[in-house]
Design a protein around this ligand. Structure first.
Ligand code: BGC
Length: 765
């Protein structure tokens, strides 16, 4: 990949330029720099009853009027480089100081080259390929003039009813922190201003994934222990990795709206963690301080958000921050607070190189977006994300079948293959599962296709349905019973049936919570009819959350979770199905049996009746269907020689764990070796298991590798709700190593005298 350098500005030079600008700005201009507007240049909306596009029809006029006054700090949702340049010219001309706008966008899993959805990338347990993938996303975004992404989403998600589970890394803070760091590095490179990179904005600070009942935007009530030990660590890791921005969350956290939460944004984020970047609100979240019954009016909302630590307001229209001059006038906002926020925004612009180079090279943008190297990265990312959940009798990889029946509407849906949070894709170059199987199958294999059923629909439409291609289209003249019969007969006559089921992409993501985990529509009925033919069935699941597989897990011999695999998805799926690569992904969440079990996590504490842990419900096992960290391979792996470099450590010291992983099968494959701990006793109850190390390794048949994992203060300390501090207890720690969270190979060590870093100083970090 070629790189083009942006002017590197030393921090003293940046501070001087920013200081000089700030000195000349009016209060209204300062408030303008703190305001970000949506600017939609949407393709024509579908007439589908979704959010009417007229809601945004006045938006261009409102924004262009603000640009003409020099009162816009940032724009979002513009992705066409010519449009970026046009709007940027308005920004520069309208502002007395020539300050350009910063363009931001939700580059969640790619811009033109769509990568697997984030939960899929997390399932690769492969920080290197995640970093590489997000570097591709950054390069494409930067090429079109976007300098900042609202990603990664680092919210822990333990309730799959919550649709945004798809945007994160699942249930575990250790895995989520590693994935967060990889993404920040991928987006930002060595730091703000790196060529071909953009500012990363981890979100939504904090606790958003714990919405009551899994209902998006609803309140969150988290204990101190959960907050510090589970929900905050991925944010802290992202901040330590140098993320330039943080986005607030919509909901109340323990009764206080996150966007007006001084404790979160100032005490923790800036004070304790030393975050030096800028904070943006979620869309309309400053406005919402009024909706929450927190702020009295927009002036109060703007003043309180700014004082709490929100530097920039993301607004649709009528921004609260337009009222900041009144808040300053009334003495609600101190000019120094306003200046500090403006300084952070201008510093980000200066470090990105925008002050010297506000425009984008449209010709180069075209070249970058067409770079075939990006597609290659997306294909590898999708291969590495696939998780093999079942493979009875070694049905996969397919052994040169004479005929394959590909079944299910999702198999032939390029749009759904891409997943949600993708807008700038190219459907012509997207490889559906059917395309991928056809391309790979070879002359000796006949590939037939039948959808079997029509697509399923949401009961309530999605706000994203206003984007073209976002709702499934009913095939014209679809005869339900005839199509079902055709699919069954095609499957019955084939050597193997590949059935693709899941959720349509508008059923998962933001504002896509569900009360059930069942396959929508008639999908299960279709699968059951295909299975009844006696043809061996491989189920490919297209999803961003676990779905109800109780019938499937007993009746379908092979199950491969392919998630929403992206632009190259079908090609990658074919690579796995035909055995060109072996699947090596592992689940980033515990897969529940039914919706009644959620939330279900592997890292529960141990309580009364531990022997009955699996029988907490009288009507169904209370264990997950598949455990956290689970995933099969085409090979087999053995774990041995779990040893420690010493059996006892003092507080604050580190023990090194070694374990040998052997590929005991007959083909090269990847394994994700995982290390868990359990604290036997101490000053709080600790989880039955906690992930504290992992590594994805590629091993040839018969090859062994010894892996080492340090367990030091970072892994052994925890937030103790009674002490209200971080502690390391004097205790015995059990260590487990293996291929998932039920690993049995075990050893233990002891920790000597009790150690409480920060004790007595009220340290809460
Ligand atoms: C979402 C954010 C997103 C923003 C801008 C909000 O509704 O919660 O995650 O970045 O919209 O699209």
């Amino acid at each position: 990949m070629s790189v083009r350098s942006t002017p590197a500005l030393g921090s003293a030079e940046v501070a001087d330029r920013v200081g000089a600008l700030l000195g000349q700005m009016s209060v209204a201009e300062k408030a303008g720099q703190l305001t970000q507007y949506f600017y939609f240049n949407l393709p024509p909306a579908q007439d589908n009853g979704a959010t009417p596009q007229h809601e945004f029809q006045d938006q261009p006029a409102i924004v262009e009027a603000a640009l003409a006054k020099g009162e816009v700090g940032s724009l979002l949702f513009v992705t066409d480089p010519a449009e970026v340049n046009r709007l940027q010219r308005l920004a520069v001309a309208g502002n007395r100081h020539g300050i350009p706008a910063l363009f931001g966008f939700d580059v969640i899993h790619g811009l033109r080259t769509i990568l697997p959805v984030p939960i899929a990338m997390a399932a690769s347990w492969d920080p290197d390929s995640i970093e590489q993938a997000q570097a591709v996303a950054a390069r494409e975004a930067r090429a079109v003039g976007i300098g900042w992404t609202f990603a990664p989403m680092v919210d822990i998600a333990r309730d799959p009813r919550w649709g945004r589970i798809i945007e994160g890394a699942g249930e575990d803070p250790y895995l989520a922190a590693a994935v967060a760091v990889a993404q920040v590095r991928g987006f930002q490179g060595d730091g703000l201003g790196s060529a071909d990179r953009i500012i990363a904005g981890p979100k939504h600070f904090a606790g958003y994934g714990a919405a009551l009942g899994g209902r998006d935007y609803d309140e969150v009530n988290l204990s101190d222990s959960e907050l510090w030990n589970v929900y905050l660590p991925p944010f802290k890791a992202a901040v330590e990795a140098g993320a330039g921005n943080i986005m607030t969350a919509y909901m109340d956290l323990n009764g206080i709206p996150a966007t007006g939460n001084d404790w979160l944004l100032t005490e923790v984020l800036r004070g304790a963690w030393g975050f030096g970047g800028f904070v943006v609100s979620d869309a309309q979240a400053v406005h919402n301080l009024r909706t929450h019954g927190f702020a009295a009016d927009l002036t109060d909302a703007g003043g309180r958000a700014l004082n709490a630590g929100v530097d920039m307001e993301m607004a649709v229209g009528d921004p609260s921050y337009a009222h900041l001059p009144e808040a300053v006038e009334a003495g609600q906002v101190d000019m120094r607070v306003l200046d500090a926020a403006v300084r952070r925004i201008l510093t980000a612009k200066a470090r990105l190189g925008l002050l010297d180079q506000p425009y984008v090279d449209e010709e180069r943008a075209r070249e970058v977006l067409a770079d075939p190297a990006h597609r290659a990265v997306a294909r590898v990312a999708a291969q590495r994300s696939a998780v093999l959940l079942r493979n009875e009798g070694g049905l996969l990889p397919l052994a040169s079948p004479g005929s394959i029946a590909v079944i299910g509407p999702l198999a032939d849906s390029r749009r759904d293959t891409l997943g949600p949070w993708s807008f700038d894709f190219d459907l012509d170059e997207t490889v559906s599962v059917l395309d991928g199987i056809r391309n790979r199958a070879g002359a000796g294999t006949e590939v037939g296709y039948a959808p079997g059923i029509r697509p399923a629909y949401r009961t309530f439409p999605s706000m994203f349905d206003m984007f073209a291609n976002n709702t499934p289209v009913d095939p014209a003249g679809f005869d339900d019973e005839a199509e079902l019969a055709r699919a069954v007969s095609l499957a019955g006559a084939a050597d193997v049936a590949l059935v693709v089921l899941g959720e349509w992409q508008n059923m998962i993501g933001e504002a896509a919570s569900r009360s059930s985990l069942e396959f929508p529509g008639r999908q299960l009925e279709l699968l059951q009819a295909v299975v009844a033919t006696g043809t061996p069935v491989v189920l490919l699941i297209m999803n961003g959350r676990p779905l109800d597989l109780r019938w499937v897990a007993e009746n379908v011999p092979a199950i491969l979770d392919i998630w929403y695999p992206g632009t190259q998805g079908g090609a990658a799926v074919a690579d796995v199905i035909f055995g060109d690569v072996a699947p090596g992904g592992k689940l980033p969440f515990s897969w529940p049996r039914s919706v009644g079990q959620v939330p279900i996590i592997y890292s529960h504490t141990v309580s009364h009746g531990p022997d009955d842990q699996g029988r907490r419900y009288w009507d169904e096992a209370s264990t997950p269907l598949f455990p956290f960290g689970y995933g099969l391979s085409y090979s087999r792996f053995d774990y041995s020689d779990l040893t420690l470099d010493r059996g006892q450590i003092g507080s604050g010291q580190t023990v090194t764990v070694s374990v040998t992983v052997t590929n005991a099968g007959e083909r090269a494959a990847d394994e994700v070796a995982q290390l868990y701990i359990h604290q036997r006793h101490g000053s709080a109850s600790r989880p039955a298991r906690e992930l504290k190390g992992f590594r994805r390794v590629s091993l040839a048949a018969g090859e062994s590798r010894t892996l080492r994992f340090p367990l030091g203060p970072g892994e052994l300390r925890y937030w103790n709700a009674a002490a209200r501090d971080w502690v390391i207890d004097a205790t015995t720690i059990d260590v487990f190593a293996g291929g998932d969270s039920t690993a049995e190979l075990t050893t233990s060590f002891t920790i000597g005298a009790r150690f409480a870093p920060g004790a007595g100083q009220g340290s809460r970090t």
